[in-house]
Design a binder for this molecule. Structure first.
Ligand code: PGA
Length: 262
């Protein structure tokens, strides 16, 4: 929008950590302190569901919000063990990560298909949550077929979203081969830049050029303090999705400060 300043978005995916509410509160409280010093950055913490309510009850700076790592593809009813989008929203969750590769995986996760991911996107929006759609290839092949794989994940994940919801959609590009490693083994800012352009172009080809250009691409996969600044500066990204480095208070504080560029 004209006159609107772009804000960076840094999302912390705590996954199944930490193991107690006490630790979760400690980590959250350090993050709050740092977040309150940032000028250009919004921070979203996605803790395990069980910590959401307690963390939401504490005071926090305006630029720090909470999110969930997943929601059910169903709205309500007899779905044992599931958590609905509405429940998350009522606990002051603002965002939700949808289709993370660990959930799409049938080895570690529940084997979420593109169809389920799409259903969750629709439920998230209906519940008033802001979805973060995760896409990413398992490996890179010589014939670049991973590009058509990503394009299909985007097409299927965003199916039946209204134009209003598609504008400014948040997509986290997380190549599976780069998750949970060290900054040394992950993607270069140049390659991230290329993928960010590819994602916007692909969304544009499927859903219209304006929508493609408005997409907010995050990068995730072994973001550490060492590669944060370069990815933010040269990766053409709107922000970052941070896993293991968001669990170490000091490391995450550094990441937030380094990412807080104009
Ligand atoms: P990582 O995880 O930062 O530990 O690589 C990122 C993610 O899986 O969201």
């Amino acid at each position: 929008m004209v006159g609107m300043k772009k804000r960076n978005l840094i999302v912390a995916n705590w996954k199944m950590n930490p193991s107690s509410l006490l630790e979760a509160k400690g980590l959250f409280s350090t993050t709050k302190k740092v977040a309150s010093t940032l000028k250009n950055t919004d921070v979203v913490i996605c803790p395990p569901f069980v910590f959401l309510e307690s963390l939401a009850k504490t005071t926090r700076p305006k630029n720090l919000t909470l999110g969930a790592q997943n929601i059910s593809s169903e709205r309500k009813g007899a779905f044992t063990g599931e958590i609905s989008g509405e429940m998350v929203r009522k606990l002051e969750g603002r965002y939700v990560i949808i289709g993370h590769s660990e959930r799409r995986s049938s080895v570690f996760g529940v084997g979420e298909t593109d169809k389920i991911v799409n259903a969750k996107m629709l439920v998230a929006l209906e519940s008033g949550l802001i979805p973060i759609l995760c896409v990413g290839e398992k490996e890179r092949d010589g014939d670049a077929s991973y590009l058509s794989f990503i394009k299909e994940q985007l097409r299927a994940g965003l199916l039946n979203l209204s134009k209003k919801d598609l504008v400014g959609i948040i997509v986290a590009y997380e190549p599976i081969w780069s998750i949970g490693k060290s900054y040394k083994e992950t993607m270069s800012p140049t390659d991230i830049h290329e993928m960010s352009l590819f994602i916007k172009k692909s969304i544009g080809e499927i859903y219209g050029r304006d929508i493609g250009n408005s997409a907010k691409v995050l990068y995730g996969g072994s973001v550490e303090k060492e590669n944060t600044e370069n990815i933010m500066r040269y990766g053409d990204v709107y922000g970052l999705l941070v896993g293991h480095s968001s669990l170490i208070a000091e490391e995450f504080a550094n990441i937030l400060k380094l990412a807080d560029i104009k």
